[in-house]
Design a protein around this ligand. Structure first.
Ligand SMILES: CC(C)(COP(=O)(O)OP(=O)(O)OC[C@H]1O[C@@H](n2cnc3c(N)ncnc32)[C@H](O)[C@@H]1OP(=O)(O)O)[C@@H](O)C(=O)NCCC(=O)NCCS
Length: 185
């Protein structure tokens, strides 16, 4: 059964199996949640990385201009499926690129509706964090992400707003409401 958990050493073994897949992964749209852990594991500082995630959630030791964010791992029993980060607020940059929720699915589990299910679970978590709606962004070429997000927008309400475009990015931007999902038990 799929569940969202806080990152911990309990699940590191399963994550290690995914690392090799990620190293071969050529989908570089949003690897922000994965690259630091790959690096941490290579440098043998998993404890430090997990501590950083815990600090990040509490807004401690933050990089300038960063807002707090809660990271969840999506697990199927003991198997690591993906990572999601819910930022607690937007910055001008996140409004253009990144939004509230980042998603990364293990390459071998893509196309199984894992991101759809994981983001759906994150909508309820976001509501508990006080967010009535979340902004989701994705590269205009990232069809999987776009379809997952618009599917959730159709189910739970929201709206697609104008794309954001800069020298190096062109993002679709979609608000998804969290109130309806928060009421479902
Ligand atoms: C983008 C990503 C999160 C999608 O995860 P996923 O679990 O494979 O997606 P899902 O299985 O939930 O599929 C969602 C939708 O995309 C479709 N889809 C899946 N893979 C697809 C692909 N390669 N091309 C086009 N559509 C695809 C599915 O059919 C589904 O659409 P539908 O409801 O209309 O049938 C995953 O590919 C990933 O981790 N990529 C690397 C990081 C990244 O790009 N993150 C998102 C940044 S915004």
């Amino acid at each position: 059964m799929l569940k969202l958990v806080k990152p911990s050493k309990k699940y590191i073994k399963s994550f290690l199996k995914v690392i090799d897949d990620y190293k071969k992964d050529d989908n570089h749209f949003a690897r922000g949640e994965i690259n630091p852990l790959i690096q941490a594991i290579e440098e043998d500082t998993v404890d430090e990385y997990l501590q950083k995630l815990s600090d990040y959630e509490k807004g401690k030791n933050m990089k300038p201009g960063y807002v707090p964010g809660t990271t969840f791992w999506l697990m199927d029993g003991d198997e690591w499926i993906g990572a999601f980060c819910i930022r607690h607020a937007l910055t001008p940059l996140l409004e253009e690129w990144g939004g509230h929720i980042a998603a990364n699915i293990s390459p071998k589990h893509r196309g199984e509706y894992s991101s759809f299910i994981g983001i759906k679970m994150c909508l309820a978590k976001a509501n508990k964090l006080g967010l009535d709606r979340v902004l989701m962004t994705c590269d205009v070429n990232n069809m999987a992400s776009y379809r997952a997000i618009t599917g959730l927008m159709k189910m739970y309400g929201g709206e697609q707003i104008s794309d954001s475009q800069g020298d190096t990015y062109h993002q679709h931007r979609i608000w998804v409401n969290t109130k309806k999902i928060a009421k479902i038990k």
